[in-house]
Design a protein around this ligand. Sequence first.
Ligand code: CP
Length: 308
Amino acid sequence: MSELSVKHLLGIKYLNEKDIQLIFETADHFKEVINRSIKKVPSLRDITIANVFFENSTRTKLSFELAEKRLSADVINFSAGQSSVKKGETLIDTVNNILAMKVDMLVMRHPNPGAGIFLSKHVNAAIINAGDGAHEHPTQALLDSYSIREKLGDVAGKNVVIVGDILHSRVALSNIFALKLQGANVKVCGPKTLLPKHIASLGVEVETNLRKALNWCDVANMLRIQNERLDISYFPSTREYTQQFGVNKALLNSLDKEIVIMHPGPINRGVEITSDVADSKQSIILNQVENGVAIRMAVIYLLASKIK
Ligand code: CP
């Protein structure tokens, strides 16, 4: 049987192309399962998973929990805000106390880049990175590529532009790694102040003219301005950002071809995309969310098979 090349999912950077294909084939199976009337399989009845979230989340937290329950794992949830972290307990102490309750796998979101990598060296459990600061968000990139594959048949050879705050975006970095591994052509587009200086070294092109970028692409992945990570002003005002880098229906309709619109959520409606774009038939935003459950089931299932 095929297996992943890794024991943890810490970032797309640590995967190879075969890992991604294995995750997608496994997700195909689980997508079929979750569309049945009985949406559950007994695969992980002997596994206990802790969802440890030090940062807010709607989609990632809920879809991991649902994925775990659909696989029949035992699940516990931890939110830093209601925990003894507030009394000064360290990350390692917190996690080791959770693991002492016979937990096999940890899904962690943390504001610090590299938190999952650090933890994987100090604790004895499989770790899935559910977003670490501005570093990586691997399951988001997997579900994004899976959604492109579902919509367009393949990821290889497709032109994908990632628009917005590339500098602070873990979604952008994980997507770049995933798309390049699968043979897509990738451009980034946004204000120069929100594009990392060495971004070209990742094999992507920079385009600061949104209309040109959209006319080139098959898929536009529209990112949110991450106000919670902006220490200074990177553009004059939100209105000017939207004028230059926002997509509205008039712009979409004026392009040379029909493109696919993606967004990882949460959306700032009227900033990076207008509501009539987010809710249009060109948008696959809710398909991305739906696919998140199957992708996370696949990742958990494949990692669990390595700890059994
Ligand atoms: N896309 C994403 O990570 O959304 P949440 O922050 O709601 O989990």
